[in-house]
Design a protein around this ligand. Structure first.
Ligand code: HEM
Length: 370
C-alpha cells in the first residue's frame, strides 16, 4: 500500500515538473519558458550585431549602462513627482531630461539607441534596461545579469535633481540613494560599474578618461586604485567633481574618492578589493534591483534566459594588483575593521593609461553637448 502511494507521488512530481519546465518555441526557433520573451530575440540580435558590433566593453557598452542608471534613479519613496523609476522617461522626455546637468553626455546614449528603439516594438523602458544588461555581457568578469520584461513606460519626465552628482558630499548622495530605495552597501555594489567606465565631460578638454587602469574588464582594480593616495590629474586640474588620481591617464571622481573613505561605505568598498566573486555577485543583485525601480514586479516576466553568457575573466586577470611603482604604503585605508589585502605590484615602469577611445575613435559619434 505504502509503495503504491510512493509510486503515485513520484508520478505526480514528474508530471508537475514537466509542466513547470514546458518550453515554448518562438517563431525564430528559440525556446523560452514564457512566450513574452520571444519578442526580445530580434532586439538582441540587432543590438549585438549593429549597436555593440565589435564594441567589447568599450564606448557603446559603457554608454548603455550609464543611461540605465540615470533612467532608473528618477524615483523617490516619498515624493511621487520624482518619477516612476526605470520607466524610459530619460528618452521619452529627452528634451526635458537631457537638459539637466547631471545628464550631460547622455545624448550620446540617446543618439546610439534611438534608431534601434524605433525599429522594435518593445517599450522604451524595457529597451534601455535590456540594452544595459546586454552591454554588461560584453565585459569579462561580469556574472550573467538577470532581466525582467514588461515595464510600463513613463507618462511624465523625472524632475532635475534625481541623479547623484560627482561633486556632492557623501551624505547628500547616500540620502538620494536611500530615497530611491538603495542602502549604502547597494550603492557601493552598483559603483562596481565604474570599473568599466570613464568620463567624457568631467574634463572638458579630454574624453574617454577611464576610472581605473583596466576599463574594459569588470575587475576589482577600481576599488584598489580609488583607495591609493591621489597625486595627479590625467588632464587639466580644477574640474568640478574631480580629484587627483594615483595613475596617469585615470580620472578619479570626487564622489568615488569620498565614498571609498567615508565611514558609512569604506568597509563595503574595501571588501571588494581582490574579491572578484563578491564584487560580481553583489553588483548582479543590486543591478537587478536597479533595473526594476518603480515597476510592479508582479506584472513583469522573467526573461533572464535571453541574456547571453558573458566572457569569463581568467583567474590571473581577476587578481588585483598595485599599479607599477605603487605599494601598500600608498593605500589610504579607511576601513577600521579589515586589514587591506596583500597585493603584488605590477612589474614595470609607471604606466599612462590611454583614453578609452584610442582604438574606437573613428567609430565614436561626434561629441554632443547634451
Ligand atoms: C554616486 C553615484 C554616481 C555618480 C556621482 C556618478 C557619476 C558619474 C560621472 C560624473 C561619470 C562621467 C560622465 C562623463 O563625463 O562622461 C560617470 C560615468 C559612468 N557611470 Fe556613474 N555615477 C554614479 C553611479 C553610477 C551607477 C550606479 C552606474 C551604473 C549602474 C554608473 C555607471 C556609469 C558608467 C557606465 C559610466 C561611463 C559612461 C561612458 O563611458 O559613457 N554610475 N558616472
Amino acid at each position: 500500500m505504502l509503495s503504491t502511494t510512493f509510486a503515485l507521488l513520484a508520478i505526480l512530481v514528474t508530471v508537475s515538473n514537466a509542466a513547470l519546465t514546458r518550453r515554448v518555441t518562438c517563431p525564430d526557433g528559440h525556446t523560452v519558458s514564457n512566450k513574452a520573451c520571444c519578442a526580445l530575440f530580434p532586439v538582441l540580435e540587432d543590438i549585438q550585431t549593429n549597436m555593440f558590433a565589435d564594441d567589447n566593453c568599450s564606448d557603446a557598452a559603457h554608454t548603455a549602462l550609464r543611461v540605465a542608471f540615470h533612467d532608473a534613479i528618477g524615483f523617490s519613496k516619498t515624493q511621487r513627482s520624482f518619477g516612476t523609476g526605470a520607466d524610459g522617461s530619460i528618452f521619452i522626455f529627452a528634451e526635458t531630461e537631457l537638459s539637466y546637468d547631471a545628464n550631460l553626455g547622455i545624448a550620446d546614449a540617446f543618439n546610439l539607441e534611438a534608431p534601434f528603439i524605433a525599429n522594435h516594438s518593445i517599450g522604451v523602458a524595457d529597451f534601455i534596461q535590456f540594452a544595459a544588461a546586454v552591454s554588461l555581457t560584453r565585459c569579462p568578469g561580469i556574472l550573467r545579469p538577470t532581466f525582467m520584461f514588461g515595464r510600463v513606460d513613463a507618462k511624465a519626465p523625472a524632475p532635475d535633481g534625481t541623479v547623484p552628482e560627482p561633486f556632492q558630499d557623501v551624505k547628500t548622495i547616500l540620502a538620494r540613494m536611500a530615497d530611491a530605495g538603495f542602502s549604502p552597501s547597494e550603492l557601493v555594489a552598483l559603483l562596481a560599474s565604474h570599473s568599466i567606465a570613464g568620463a567624457d565631460d568631467v574634463d572638458a578638454n579630454f574624453s574617454g578618461l577611464p576610472f581605473d587602469s583596466t576599463p574594459s574588464v569588470f575587475d576589482t582594480q577600481f576599488f584598489v586604485e580609488t583607495l591609493l593616495k591621489g597625486t595627479l590629474f590625467p588632464g587639466t586640474s580644477g574640474n568640478q567633481g574631480e580629484v587627483e588620481s594615483a595613475v596617469a591617464g585615470v580620472l578619479r571622481l570626487q564622489s568615488d574618492s569620498e565614498l571609498a573613505r567615508a565611514p558609512e561605505t569604506a568597509c563595503f568598498w574595501q571588501a571588494n578589493v581582490d574579491d572578484q566573486l563578491l564584487m560580481a555577485f553583489t553588483f548582479r543583485q543590486a543591478f537587478a534591483k536597479m533595473q526594476i525601480v518603480g515597476q510592479d514586479v508582479s506584472k513583469l516576466v522573467d526573461c533572464s534566459e535571453v541574456i547571453p553568457q558573458p566572457p569569463a575573466l581568467s583567474a590571473s586577470a581577476a587578481k588585483a594588483f598595485f599599479p607599477p611603482g605603487l605599494t601598500r604604503k600608498d593605500v589610504q585605508q579607511a576601513c577600521p575593521l579589515l586589514p587591506f589585502p596583500n597585493l603584488p605590484t605590477k612589474a614595470g615602469a609607471p604606466e599612462s593609461i590611454p583614453s578609452m577611445y584610442v582604438s574606437t575613435l573613428q567609430k565614436r559619434p561626434p561629441k554632443t553637448e547634451r
